[in-house]
Design a protein around this ligand. Structure first.
Ligand code: KMT
Ligand code: NI
Length: 194
């Protein structure tokens, strides 16, 4: 399940409903897709696209996306750190960043025009759509892997534009999980508008 952490406000949000509500003003769509019985350890990329075809088709109709693929980020990638460096610097894209997490976990930091920077941790079953032009950066959690469906308007045109702002350096990648201890004074809210 997703998790939101607003470092500057010592605040965390835990329930899917409260997370979707928090993300709405930033134009970020958040959904949970059922994964039970649709995936196993050997599922291929092709099988993943087939298994989630109804949801993918719905998003394509809704957002005009034309292609879908599966990205696999794992410690087996020889240049994993180099690849992650490209995600770790604040950037924008000229089209939406649509991701459905099939396995593993990671954190998107979002730096919105009209609010504080927040960390959105995602794992299996989480779908997000970060609108074009939204400043963000990404890193893996402790499991060091993520597998995700991506939707594109135009795959050839999908490149990061780096802001070079340096703000990414001020935010810690802190993943929620069995070993997680919230920093002191953290206020955890799982209800909408607490
Ligand atoms: C991006 O541009 O931030 C990414 O594609 C992040 C990795 S996708 C799980
Ligand atoms: Ni990006």
């Amino acid at each position: 399940m997703a998790h939101i952490r607003i470092q500057d406000e010592n605040r965390e949000i835990e329930s899917p409903e409260a997370i979707a509500e928090f993300l709405k003003p930033f134009g970020i769509q958040y959904e949970r897709w059922e994964t039970e019985g649709r995936l196993n350890a050997e599922t291929t990329d092709e099988e993943i696209l087939d298994a989630f075809a109804p949801e993918i088709e719905r998003l394509k109709k809704q957002g005009g996306y034309v292609t879908a693929d599966v990205i696999n980020v794992t410690p087996a990638i020889p240049d994993l750190e180099k690849m992650l460096d490209k995600f770790r610097s604040e950037h924008t894209h000229s089209e939406d960043e649509v991701r459905f997490i099939v396995g593993g976990s990671g954190v998107f930091h979002i730096n919105p025009e009209n609010g504080p920077v927040f960390a959105l941790q995602l794992e299996q079953g989480d779908l997000i759509n970060v609108p074009a032009g939204t400043k963000h950066w990404f890193d893996l959690c402790d499991d060091r892997k993520i597998r995700a469906i991506r939707l594109f308007l135009e795959p050839a045109g999908w490149k990061p534009e780096y802001t070079q702002s340096g703000v990414d350096a001020s935010y810690q990648v802190l993943c929620f999980g069995p070993n997680y201890l919230p920093p002191k004074n953290t206020n955890i809210s799982s209800v909408i508008n607490p």
